[in-house]
Design a binder for this molecule. Structure first.
Ligand SMILES: [Ca+2]
Length: 174
């Protein structure tokens, strides 16, 4: 079982609340835009800037995060329950699965497969993937590009979650 423990103060201080299931709306919990540090035990979680799992997102794997790059931004939390074994994603040059394509089974810099700043659509076959718009990976999570932006330079690891609109998503496969 996985859980996330969030705090309104940095360094695991102030108000402490524990969740072991998805939280679509932190407003209801009195925690909107107030999470400043957190701990994850077990499976990874995705935190979103907006309610109902939309907006910028960041993945937190098991561990302790005494400070957050996205301090006081999160409005919903989702636990990753997908099977993270054998991750696979297919990237396409054009929208609607057109043009060149490449199948990836591990994280890598998209320059290596000549696909940097190229992917416009994708299909996730398994796992959870994060598509990055730039190479440096921020400690403590991963930022996903917003809709409509040019996609990645890097695919870190297995990813997942794609709604019908291609919201790229997140998560590291082990
Ligand atoms: Ca927010």
């Amino acid at each position: 079982m996985s859980k996330i423990i969030v705090y309104t103060g940095e360094g695991f201080t102030d108000r402490r609340v524990e969740f072991n299931g998805n939280v679509p709306n932190l407003v209801d919990k009195g925690l909107n835009d107030s999470i400043s540090s957190l701990k994850v035990i077990g499976a990874p979680w995705v935190a979103y800037y907006d309610v109902n799992y939309v907006g910028n997102q960041r993945v937190f794997e098991e561990g302790e995060y005494p400070t957050l790059v996205d301090n006081r931004q999160f409005s919903s939390l989702r636990m990753i329950t997908e099977d993270l074994r054998n991750p696979e994603i297919q990237l396409f040059e054009h929208n609607n699965y057109g043009g060149r394509s490449v199948i990836l089974k591990r994280e890598l810099n998209l320059h290596q497969v000549d696909f940097s700043d190229t992917a416009s659509s994708h299909k996730v076959k398994s796992g959870v993937w994060v598509l990055y718009t730039s190479i440096p990976i921020v400690e403590g999570g991963s930022s996903c590009p917003s809709l409509g932006k040019k996609f990645p330079i890097i695919v870190r690891s297995a990813l997942m979650m794609c709604s019908a609109k291609f919201v790229p998503c997140c998560q590291k496969a082990r």
